[in-house]
Structure formats: C-alpha cells, structure tokens
Ligand binder design. Structure first.
Ligand SMILES: Nc1ncnc2c1ncn2[C@@H]1O[C@H](COP(=O)(O)OP(=O)(O)OP(=O)(O)O)[C@@H](O)[C@H]1O
Length: 278
C-alpha cells in the first residue's frame, strides 16, 4: 500500500461516509501538459434492433429470407467527447441504461462506434463484465490460466504470479472448485486479482467491485490507488456508488440517455447529478 502525504480535498457527503479515510483519495486534476491516454471524440453508438419480437431463431431466419424483418435504430450514445490524462481516475456516472457500459466497451475495443473515434494509448486491463473470459465449468485455477491467456500473459508468467493472484483473492482453499460453484463476489475477487497483477496503462472498472464484500472493496480501492499514485496508471470507473466516485475520481463525465450532460471536476458534476433525486 502506498502512503500519501496529500491531504484529501473536502468531499461532499464526507460526514456520512463510514469508510476509513486513509485508504481512499483522489488524484489532482492534471495540467494540460500531461499526456492524454484516452481520447474520445464525437462518439455515436447506434444499435439496430428488430422492430418486432420474434419467438425463435427459425422465425427470425424465415423473416430474413422473406425480407420481412425490419430493424429500428436505437441511439445509445450521441456525440460523446472527453479526454483522460495519464494518472487520472476518471468516473462515468448516469442513471440505468444511460450508456456508460457501452462507452466503456467502445474504449476497451469490444464495440466499434457508429461514428466518432476513440484512441487509447497503452495497455488496457478491462474489468467490464463479470465472468467474461471465464469458463464456469473449469476450476478457479484453470480459469486463472485461461483468463490470463486471454489478457495476453504467458503460462510461465502466470506460474510466477499464481500465488500473488491467489493471495490477493484470498481464495486459496477454493482453487480446485469449478467456478460455477463460486459466488459472484468470489468471481469478482479472481477477476480483479488477475486484471491488476501487472500494471496496466489503463484500468477499466465497471460495476465489478459492487458484488464484493466491503473488505474486498477496500482492498481493491487500495490497489487502485496504488496503481494511480505509484505507477501513474489511469483508471476509468463506472459506479452507481456516488460516494465511491467522489472519493476516487478527480473528474467525472455524466452521461444521461446517451447524451453528455456534464463534464468536469468531481464535486461539481456529482453535486449536479445528485440533484436529480432532490
Ligand atoms: N447490444 C445491444 N443491442 C441493443 N441495445 C443495447 C445493446 N447494448 C446496450 N444496449 C442499450 O443501450 C442502452 C445503454 O446501455 P448501457 O448498458 O450502456 O447502459 P448503462 O448506463 O451502463 O446502464 P446501467 O447503469 O443500468 O448498467 C440501453 O438502453 C441498452 O438496452
């Protein structure tokens, strides 16, 4: 764990927060000469959806063959533009279905935007969909090798890091158990431990942490903070836990119904976002 001498800036709602102050903190907003590592420019994402509900795959192919299947466009993202600089912890907030995960998937290269561009400088460790990259029939140990391979690590590298991964996840006694018998929190532990075993240039964290217990969440927060402070890693965080965003992120982009509603310093954006419920 890294020590910091930086005194945390006043946090909205800090009086309500029961988490230990010492393990959390946000980086300062970097100056303009710090390199941009994520450049999102005028991104639009359109999904084509069948305009009627079909009961089976057979019905789907029959309709296609008869040219009777029509699609309607759903605009999940419209004209999203932001830049994230090295060493930032950047948050994305918005109500359900506003387009946050879609934005993360585009940044991670899982989805191609319909319009606009995204440039990411460096390696990405994406923690986007819990269980993605895992085979639930395999044991946890086998999954560590499988997921590690998907992230581009060699077998020798995982051999070397295996104990660190297991120790971080605190699941040594469960390594020979198939993942289908794991709880979602246990899967999250393994996923987070693998994704952060090396120092990525960009760590993307969706709601993965929300299924972990509070002790594990705190441990992950310490790891994230260490990555940012010691290794100058950039973190992109999506969470419905606004107090978490307020504690970790220096800047936030608020996306609502696919539109960029606000972009700026965490306190300002989170205060406006929370006013939605007022
Ligand atoms: N593959 C897809 N095909 C069609 N529509 C999609 C697809 N993926 C996402 N959507 C739609 O795009 C919109 C944005 O979804 P997204 O998952 O990005 O929202 P979100 O902000 O992450 O939501 P939540 O906070 O509930 O996780 C939703 O209306 C969703 O139904």
């Amino acid at each position: 764990m890294s020590d910091t001498t930086e005194s945390p800036s006043p946090q909205p709602g800090a009086g309500l927060d029961k988490r230990p102050e010492a393990i959390l903190g946000r980086p300062e907003i970097p100056s303009d000469d710090v390199p941009v590592v994520i450049d999102v420019s005028h991104v639009q994402m359109i999904f084509n959806m069948a305009s009627e509900e079909l009961g089976s795959l057979k019905e789907y192919f029959i309709k296609i063959a008869r040219h009777e299947l029509f699609f309607k466009e759903f605009h999940a993202l419209e004209d999203i533009t932001f830049q994230v600089r090295r060493g930032e912890a950047f948050g994305l907030v918005g109500t359900n279905g506003s387009g946050k995960s879609t934005m993360l998937k585009i940044i991670a290269g899982v989805l191609e935007p319909s319009k606009g561009t995204v440039r990411v400088d460096g390696s990405i460790a994406p923690l986007i969909e819990l269980g993605a990259g895992f085979d639930m029939e395999l044991t946890a140990k086998e999954n560590i090798y499988l997921n590690g391979a998907l992230l581009g690590y060699s077998k020798d590298f995982i051999d070397e890091k295996f104990d660190d991964i297991v120790d971080f996840a605190e699941l040594r006694d469960f390594m020979d158990m198939p993942l289908k018998n794991y709880s979602s929190g246990m899967v999250a532990r393994i996923a987070f431990a693998i994704a952060t075993i090396t120092v990525p240039d960009v760590l993307i964290v969706d709601e993965t942490l929300s299924v972990g217990d509070f002790l594990f969440q705190e441990k992950c927060m310490r790891r994230i903070r260490e990555l940012v402070e010691t290794n100058n890693c950039t973190v992109l965080l999506v969470s419905h836990d606004i107090s978490l965003v307020e504690q970790i992120c220096d800047r936030v982009c608020w996306i609502e119904h696919g539109h960029q509603r606000m972009l700026g310093a965490t306190d300002e954006v989170c205060a406006a976002y929370k006013a939605l419920g007022a």
